[in-house]
Design a protein around this ligand. Sequence first.
Ligand SMILES: *[C@@H]1O[C@H](CO)[C@@H](O)[C@H](O)[C@H]1NC(C)=O
Ligand SMILES: *[C@@H]1O[C@H](CO)[C@@H](O)[C@H](O)[C@H]1NC(C)=O
Ligand SMILES: *[C@@H]1O[C@H](CO)[C@@H](O)[C@H](O)[C@H]1NC(C)=O
Ligand SMILES: [Zn+2]
Length: 272
Amino acid sequence: MKLLTLLLLAMTASSSCISDTFLFPRAVSNQTTINPFNYTELGGPFNWHRLNKTNVACSGGKHQSPIDILTEEVDYVESGSLVFDIPAAEEAKLSNLGSGLEVVLARGTFTTGEDYQYQLAQFHFHTPSEHRVEQEYYPLEVHFVFKDHETNIAVVAFLFQLSSTDKPVPPFESIFHHLDKIDTPGRSTETGSLDFTYLTAHLKSHAIYRYTGSLTTPPCTEGVSWYISAKPLPLDVVSFNKIKRILKFNARYTQNAVGEENLLKLAVEVMD
Ligand SMILES: *[C@@H]1O[C@H](CO)[C@@H](O)[C@H](O)[C@H]1NC(C)=O
Ligand SMILES: *[C@@H]1O[C@H](CO)[C@@H](O)[C@H](O)[C@H]1NC(C)=O
Ligand SMILES: *[C@@H]1O[C@H](CO)[C@@H](O)[C@H](O)[C@H]1NC(C)=O
Ligand SMILES: [Zn+2]
């Protein structure tokens, strides 16, 4: 009886091993679909609304991102009231989307003061920064995109400032180290291990700008809750040049102040 069970288990295990490898070869994980939009000519942000009917908010929305943050006017949140909690990961998929650089990591939560919880979907980079602070731009910006169980989106953003530091802070070192493997659009690879404790501590110990805007890429969906750390992270020159070579340029132009008419709509009013 015991022997028979063992024998059956062994047979099941080995046969499933064989059929898995034979019938279901490993999915190709070093490739990804590139974005249908970009930042050049007719693929660029002045024309996003014409690439797809679903992108109407890009040209008509009055709460579009990114914006120039005015530090005297923007809202601030108590940094202690937010919990940015992403568990360490062994690795994650890092993709060159043609007009973006993304790490897919569907683990981790962001909890706001009202005990409202979102789940991490992915994080990605923009160079130069999309948000400006008192008009100034930064060399790089990272967006952690969180979603709730419905369709609400919160983005936690960090700006980077060039610094004489010789290494990027975690978890970015484990990501930037692998950039050479994805120097072609559509290519994916794995990051090294990712540790988010530095970012959690950074977010907690500095002021945070808060406003409600939109996705900065098509379909430019509004109602996005932005939380932007007021203190930039350090970025070393070698990493910056590597990122710039791969990402090229992927910042949407600065939108009108929140609540004001869309700049594209205003621009066409005086043309015929
Ligand atoms: C990508 O994956 C495919 C299929 O597994 C493989 O043939 C190819 O060599 C890989 N390319 C690189 C650059 O790793
Ligand atoms: C940008 O996108 C447009 C529209 O899809 C395309 O025609 C163009 O070749 C793209 N340009 C670059 C540099 O990728
Ligand atoms: C427009 O966007 C929708 C939603 O993302 C997508 O399903 C559809 O394929 C897109 N159409 C074109 C022409 O790209
Ligand atoms: Zn973004």
